[in-house]
Structures are given as structure tokens and as C-alpha cells.
Design a protein around this ligand. Structure first.
Ligand code: LER
Ligand code: MN
Length: 267
């Protein structure tokens, strides 16, 4: 299994689910702890220079697993289901730059809460708004070898695409080859009937997985059954990353270290 750690820039929101902030130190620490890669949780695509990033990755023998975009919604308020033409155009511009970055680093761009809420729209209207923008962006991403990955997020954070089944429904409706799924086992623990079996059932649609325990602490520090999760992923031939996206509890270093120590049992 390939394990990654989600990290962010120094100015990330306090609510960002990352243990380490500041790219240089975060990449060094993740490497020392034994992670194979880092997930870049970015607010804007120019938050890190390519020159610096390439140098850090080379120095610490690390890979970028994915470019994730939760802060674009949480901090800037943009959403795929927004009806405002100007805001949609601005979101498209930002995401094209994320895709350009991912073309060189990781080849995956996440769509988490930035897909936006249903709000007062109908589900079909939300689907159309999402598919319209995701379609344009995936067409831009495909020749660059980049896949967009939709993350189901639990009902207490957003009212649209909560379970893996919800995500699969939208993927089938969209029918876009480079739009895939990014299940997060923290959200699955709230929304899905089964975790391991669901991941295995849809393994061909799963391009990336977020790992956190039931309490968003390090895997192993809650009551989620990681034997079930990892055994199903392995048995179904999942080839991708498992990325640790947890709270810095009880402190960043301890959380990051406990997570990889626990997950090393599954290598
Ligand atoms: C939020 O709970 C989360 O899991 C993020 O990865 C989604 O943007
Ligand atoms: Mn997540």
C-alpha cells in the first residue's frame, strides 16, 4: 500500500484537516516518518512554487499523491453548484491552474466540498451545474493525463453527495472517463452501510482513498475497522494511494507518527 499525508501551507484555515503546515518542514517530516508521499491541500494553485516543490520532493525522495482543494470552498466560498456565471468562471479558472499543477505533480485533483451544496435547488439542477463544470474541466484535464476525483462528504458538512452510492450515481450520470471517486473512510463510517465491501464493489471507480479514524484522529486511534478497509482494498487489487487526512491530535508530530506506525502493519 502507498501511504500519503495531507499537508497545507502556513496560511491554511484552522479547520483544515492537516497535521502539518508549511510545505518545506511538512515534506521533510513526512519523509522522515516513512510516508511515501504528500497530498497538497491548497487554497490557490500558486501557493507553492514549482521550483521549490520539485527541489523538496527530490531532496526527500517524496511524491505528490494528489492536489486537494477543500480550502477553495471553505476559505474562498466557490462551488461547482453555484449558479452565478462570474463565480463559475472564476472557479473554472482556478481549477484549470490546479489541473496544470497536477499534470506535473500527482495527476489527481480532488473535488470535495467545493462541489457545493444543493441548497434550494433540485437534485437534478445541482447535478446539471456540477456536470457542466466538471465536464469542461475534465476535458481540459484529459490530454494532460489528469483525473478529477469526487469525494463523498458526510451530511453534517454538506447536503450533496454524502455516500459512495451517491457519488457512483453522479459518476454514472456524468459518464466522464477521467472523473473518478475519492472515498474517505471517515465519511463512509457515517454514510455507508459497509466500508470495506463498498470500496471493493466499486474499486474500478476508486482512484484515491482518504484515511482517518472514526473520530478524525490517526488510524488506529478510533473504532473504525481498518482490517476490513485494507483487506478489501488489497483483495480487490486497489492500486492507488491511501492518504492520511486527520486532526493534529494530541499534537501534529504525535498524530502523524501514530498514523504511519499503525498503517505500517498493512504494508
Ligand atoms: C472534509 O471532511 C474532507 O474530508 C475533505 O477531504 C473534503 O474537502
Ligand atoms: Mn477527506
Amino acid at each position: 500500500m502507498k501511504f500519503s499525508l495531507a499537508i497545507a501551507g502556513e496560511n491554511a484555515l484552522a479547520s483544515a484537516f492537516v497535521v502539518f503546515r508549511g510545505f518545506s518542514e511538512s515534506i521533510r517530516k513526512a519523509s522522515v516518518l516513512g510516508y511515501d508521499g504528500i497530498e497538497l491541500a491548497l487554497k490557490t494553485p500558486d501557493e507553492i512554487s514549482r521550483q521549490d516543490l520539485s527541489a523538496l520532493l527530490k531532496r526527500h525522495s517524496m511524491q505528490v499523491s494528489c492536489v486537494s482543494t477543500g480550502q477553495v470552498y471553505a476559505s474562498l466560498g466557490y462551488a461547482f453548484t453555484d449558479t452565478d456565471a462570474q463565480r463559475r468562471a472564476e472557479l473554472k479558472r482556478i481549477f484549470k491552474e490546479f489541473i496544470d499543477l497536477a499534470a506535473d505533480y500527482g495527476q489527481l485533483v480532488n473535488i470535495g466540498r467545493v462541489r457545493g451544496p444543493i441548497g434550494t435547488k433540485t437534485r437534478d439542477e445541482a447535478d446539471s451545474l456540477f456536470i457542466d463544470l466538471a465536464g469542461d474541466l475534465c476535458a481540459y484535464a484529459a490530454p494532460k493525463g489528469v483525473t478529477m476525483i469526487l469525494e463523498p462528504v458526510n451530511r453534517y458538512e454538506i447536503d450533496y453527495i454524502n455516500s459512495v452510492e451517491d457519488g457512483i450515481r453522479l459518476l454514472r450520470k456524468a459518464g466522464i472517463p477521467n472523473l473518478k471517486l475519492m472515498p474517505d473512510v471517515f465519511h463512509m463510517n457515517i454514510e455507508d452501510v459497509e466500508i470495506g465491501a463498498t470500496l471493493a464493489k466499486y474499486v474500478d471507480d476508486v482512484a484515491y482513498v482518504h484515511f482517518a479514524d472514526s473520530n478524525r484522529h490517526a488510524p488506529g486511534d478510533g473504532h473504525l475497522d481498518f482490517d476490513d478497509v485494507v483487506n478489501h482494498l488489497k483483495a480487490s487489487g486497489y492500486p492507488g494511494w491511501c492518504s492520511v487526512e486527520i486532526l493534529p491530535y494530541p499534537d501534529p508530530d504525535t498524530a502523524a507518527e501514530r498514523a504511519i506506525r499503525f498503517l505500517s502493519n498493512y504494508r
